[in-house]
Design a protein around this ligand. Sequence first.
Ligand SMILES: Nc1nc2c(ncn2[C@@H]2O[C@H](COP(=O)(O)OP(=O)(O)OP(=O)(O)O)[C@@H](O)[C@H]2O)c(=O)[nH]1
Ligand SMILES: [Mg+2]
Length: 476
Amino acid sequence: MSLINREKLNQFKHKASDMLNKSLDQHVNLAVTGLSRSGKTAFITSIVNQLLNEGSETHLTFFNPVHQGRYIAAKRVTQKNMHVARFDYEQSLSAFEQNPPMWPEPTTGISEIRLAIKYQPKDSLLKYATDMATLTLDITDYPGEWLLDLPMLTLTFEEWSEKMVALLQESPRKEFAANWLEKVNGIDPFQIANEDEIATLAKEYTGLLQIFRRKLGLSVIQPGRFILPGELAGAPILEFFPFVGIDDIDGNAYQNADDTSFIGTLRARFLEYRERVVKKFYKTYFLKYDRQIVLADCLTPLNNGEASFQDLQQAINMIMESYHYGQSSILSRLFSPKIDRLLFAATKADHITSEQHPNLVALLNQLIHGTKQKLNFDGIEMKTLAIASVKATENGTTEHQGRKMPVIRGLSLDNNQMVTLFPGTVPDKLPESSFWQQHQFNFLNFAPNKVVAKHQVLPHLRLDQVLQFLLGDKMS
Ligand SMILES: Nc1nc2c(ncn2[C@@H]2O[C@H](COP(=O)(O)OP(=O)(O)OP(=O)(O)O)[C@@H](O)[C@H]2O)c(=O)[nH]1
Ligand SMILES: [Mg+2]
């Protein structure tokens, strides 16, 4: 080919590539969620770390663009939504560089990070026009607790109060809630509302929710925003609570109670919360997501026991509602979300020996199976995986009574000693009550490995499969 022709062809390729880049879908909004401590920050830090440093010993064998040698490079670019906090990648990564290395700090609200990923297209139309395409990836981290509020949209204040009070009256919540329940029960619903009294009772209710989450390891927290208020911390819209004994109130008097009465104030704030907080989150953020990964720490609730595990199951059911787009769903009646791929990942799989991983996936499948059958997930492709975003243990075997036993080995966060242990068997289906009497789990907290070199990648389990499911088709 003559020089001139070659130049012309290159110019044509450039132009065509520009046009195609504009017309083809080269942008993915990936949302990462999960209840507090489920591993969101560690996950995003590791994914970004793998994508930025691909080539320096990342293990991304199952991610096709890498496996097929078409992955070129990724870099961070300025995010588009200036009003959303930046996901602080450098700070999270620097935790692993400390001496001794640490886990990143807990986070509270929503944050974002944007990457531009360059790759060579293989199958898509793009390959005829360009040798190199760019996928813009926005990753958003938001608390799973915010999804727990979705069911509130279909409930009246009376219905919500009844549900929440019933929950507070059951063990293990009731041991902590008894005093509060008694206090609210003694209030005349039609007395003139006292702002300070309402603020104090709301604070105490929030305190109970914190205890349920942090001390009892429970997952059903409503309103979820109360424990992770983000920018709403201290705002009066978060000052309400379920009213005790609402079914004993005269229906007419309740309907006629105005906003100056105690019950009227609670009801008005509940309605305002539904509109301005719950609906607003779905409209402002949720509708924009294309792909979603929900992280679930199933191991800590297994470790905590039956009540904690059952609560996780109920919370997963509540979270699943957000992806149920059938005609009768709350979401499709209100908005039209567009998520087309949903990945459920059981995190911290490095806490168990590798032959237990299939059980962990089976258990997670069972946890979401019930809802999957009841609800309609038309148009959403789903997958479940057991992952470790930042692998902190090694696998090995040991001799026990003449038999080989699988073990894990890592540095315990509790006493800073190297430990070798078999943490226990993970049930492959939802455990029956009798199971809890016989089984003991021993899931310790492990310290992460130290990152020493600048481009050192974080060790992980199956993040390549995560990337393939969430991005593979967009980079074909
Ligand atoms: N061994 C191991 N531990 C992990 C892993 N990912 C997270 N953890 C542990 O789980 C804790 C919580 O992880 P984060 O990534 O901070 O979880 P989060 O969902 O962002 O938590 P919040 O910001 O509080 O909502 C960490 O401090 C670690 O102790 C993992 O891949 N392996
Ligand atoms: Mg976090």
